[in-house]
Design a protein around this ligand. Structure first.
Ligand SMILES: N[C@@H](CCC(=O)N[C@@H](CS)C(=O)NCC(=O)O)C(=O)O
Length: 215
């Protein structure tokens, strides 16, 4: 099993935090996104979608961070980051999808449609897509709505999907970090988000991830 990785970028960050929470060390190959290595023919041959992370396991390609996490979870179920009971499992998926659709995607929209580095690359992967500047403000507005939702959620429960830590926390934390790339601080005036973030950053897995870049 090999993970094609670039830990700094938001989607690989999700998988890295997930692996650290599972205390799993797997073989990795770094694909330098700053040098567009993902778009090299040799890499596109392995993963035609051109996105990172991706996993190669038993000759099979698995892309999409949540699918990679699901595979890891299936081969190594403990700790239960996708929930344990039937209700909990459904809630984890419910919140994980809300985080991904209402937080991560708008953050990506605001970032990729504003950054000069992505002028003709507004969508990740090998197909050229021109930026749409009006998506920047809309993306930022949606992120603001998302962080309010997150704050209200965390007012009621310790973690995003309830009282147990899950993949929904990992993805929400990645969204919080990603939003900083477009100069949005989701903790500002959101005391519950701030408390939850501090709590996550005290976890061993999050410390390990953040230490990668602390030099
Ligand atoms: N939906 C995919 C998104 C993957 C993605 O967009 N990855 C970015 C890095 S965060 C990427 O590969 N960018 C390469 C590019 O922009 O060409 C997932 O969940 O993994």
């Amino acid at each position: 099993m090999i993970l094609y990785d670039y830990p700094k970028a938001p989607n690989p960050m999700r998988v890295n935090l997930f692996l650290y929470e599972k205390k799993m060390d797997i073989k990795r190959k770094i694909v330098d996104l700053s040098k567009h290595e993902n778009l090299k023919p040799s890499l596109l041959k392995l993963n035609p979608f051109g996105t990172i992370p991706f996993l190669y396991v038993k000759g099979q390609l698995i892309t999409e961070s949540v699918a990679i996490c699901k595979y890891i979870d299936s081969i190594n179920p403990s700790p239960h980051l996708f929930g344990k009971s039937a209700i909990e499992k459904a809630k984890v998926i419910m919140y994980q999808r809300k985080v991904e659709y209402e937080g991560m995607l708008p953050a990506g929209e605001a970032f990729r449609n504003s950054s000069k580095a992505f002028k003709e690359r507004a969508i990740a992967g090998p197909i050229k897509i021109t930026q749409i500047p009006s998506l920047v403000d809309r993306g930022k507005k949606r992120i603001d709505i998302f962080f309010n939702f997150l704050n209200n959620t965390l007012k009621k429960t310790k973690y995003v999907a309830g009282n147990n830590f899950s993949i929904a926390d990992i993805d929400a934390y990645v969204t919080l970090s990603f939003a900083k790339w477009i100069k949005i601080d989701g903790t500002e005036k959101r005391a519950y988000v701030k408390k939850w973030k501090d709590n996550l950053e005290a976890r061993q897995a999050f410390r390990k991830y953040n230490n990668l870049f602390s030099k």
